[in-house]
Design a protein around this ligand. Structure first.
Ligand SMILES: Cc1cc2nc3c(=O)[nH]c(=O)nc-3n(C[C@H](O)[C@H](O)[C@H](O)COP(=O)(O)O)c2cc1C
Length: 414
């Protein structure tokens, strides 16, 4: 991981696990957050210790697991006071008992003490039986917690541990981690900045069941969207067909064809500062789209599909205050082709990479070419890592422009 460009590497959270049958799922939450670079301090309630051992969490987080606030107090750790300095307190799973305790402000256990002492955001992911969840007492406690600014994730509906079906399932790890990341990024350098990212390929229909597409997975665009969220941006993703899950805390617009993508991006860039075109937009589409499935028997000698050009989205979208970032996936003359694209489409930054090696792969070896300056040759890295590096450069572009605008404003005041 390129830690200097990973904003999560500087974050520390408290993960409080309470006595729900879903406590085992908290191990996955802890592990995922640690892999993202977050330092995770786990508090296990007495109830949770009946379901899962501290060793699981100390092994996953490589940090001590906290519990009894008095017996385990040390000068070095300073118990709840040190834990309260975290960037966020996440309670997952949160039992009905714990929600009640937090809502009332009881301080008879370590989590209660930390929750009162901290000024960090509180995020709770409840898990319990359908009846417990819908009981007015639980709902009143949640209402009070929400009023005080707590963020509630889930619960979902489905099969419960009792075998019954209903509300009360702990939200999926992806959702808990996604919301946590968005909360941690809130005050980042792109806070208040709207960023539009396109992702995936396009499908250009031949008939109702066939299309012309490409191998794009959508991974690069979705990684960029997540990296922008980690820096506090308000993100809109315009995504072509992809099986990957969308980032939480982003506005998602799904499209199929290049023409649809252009239309949706034109709408999405209203009020945006940055447009990143990571989608592999099909350059051509069939001139004719058959209304019914084209039958093999219709042309025994074969079928010729005439292709016409699709609109060029990056070149079409022109807004004076919009920072445009493009991708150049080329198979030859990488830098020259990328620089030509930068100038032709008035981009501020272009990410050049080898089309054959990049499209559909988890990794990319990219060269960053900015409007002014030498090409920056990056080593091969995972697309999630590359996304963090690109967003770091985009943040520089945004903050430099903010700086020069302030300077212009100050000049006008003279
Ligand atoms: C097998 C079993 C499963 C339980 N699962 C849940 C649950 O999913 N949600 C919940 O709110 N309480 C559940 N409870 C009850 C809590 O463990 C109990 O209310 C406990 O006091 C919670 O304390 P804590 O929130 O401090 O951990 C369960 C109890 C048992 C015996």
């Amino acid at each position: 991981m390129v830690d200097s460009t990973n904003p999560l590497a500087a974050k520390r959270i408290v993960l409080a696990v309470t006595g729900s049958i879903a406590a085992y799922k908290a191990a996955d939450v802890a592990s995922t957050l640690v892999q993202l670079g977050v330092a995770v301090d786990v508090i296990l309630s007495e109830g949770a210790r009946q379901f899962i051992q501290p060793l699981t969490f100390s092994a996953l987080t490589r940090r001590p697991v906290h519990g009894n606030p008095i017996a385990n107090w040390t000068v070095e750790l300073a118990g709840h006071v040190t834990l309260a300095a975290a960037d966020l307190v996440l309670v997952a799973p949160a039992t009905a008992q714990t929600l009640a305790r937090l809502s009332l402000g009881l301080a008879d256990d370590l989590l209660g003490m930390v929750a009162l002492a901290t000024s960090a955001p509180l995020v709770v992911a409840p898990a319990m039986e359908h009846g417990m969840w819908h009981h007015p007492a639980t709902q009143e406690h949640l209402h009070r917690l929400r009023e005080r600014g707590a963020v509630v994730i889930g619960p979902g509906a489905g099969r419960l541990a009792s075998g019954a079906s209903g509300d009360g399932r702990l939200a999926a790890t992806g959702e808990i981690v996604g919301v946590t990341r968005a909360m941690l990024g809130r005050a980042g350098p792109l806070a208040g900045t709207k960023v539009v990212v396109s992702a995936g390929g396009t499908h250009e229909p031949i008939d109702p069941v066939r299309f012309i597409g490409n191998r794009s997975s959508g991974l690069m665009g979705l990684a960029l969207a997540q990296a922008a969220i980690d820096l506090g941006a308000m993100v809109t993703v315009v995504a072509g067909p992809t099986h990957l899950s969308m980032p939480h805390a982003a506005e998602i617009i799904r499209v199929e064809t290049a023409e649809e993508m252009l239309l949706k991006i034109q709408g999405a860039v209203e009020g945006a500062r940055v447009l990143i075109m990571a989608a592999a937009v099909g350059d051509f589409r069939p001139a004719q789209r058959f209304e019914q499935k084209y039958k093999k028997a219709n042309s025994t000698s074969g079928l010729t599909v005439e292709l016409i050009q699709n609109p060029d989205i990056l070149a079409t979208i022109q807004a004076p205050s919009l920072i445009k970032v493009g991708f150049a996936a080329e198979t030859e003359h990488l830098v020259a082709n990328a620089r030509a694209k930068l100038e032709r489409k008035s981009l501020q930054l272009v990410v050049a990479n080898d089309a054959a090696m990049t499209i559909g792969s988890d990794e990319s070896k990219a060269i960053l070419i900015a409007l002014d300056g030498e090409p920056e040759v990056l080593p091969a890295m995972r697309k999630t890592e590359l996304a963090a590096v690109i967003m770091d450069r985009v943040t520089e572009l945004v903050t430099n422009e903010r700086g020069s605008r302030t300077a212009m404003w100050l000049d006008h005041q003279d």
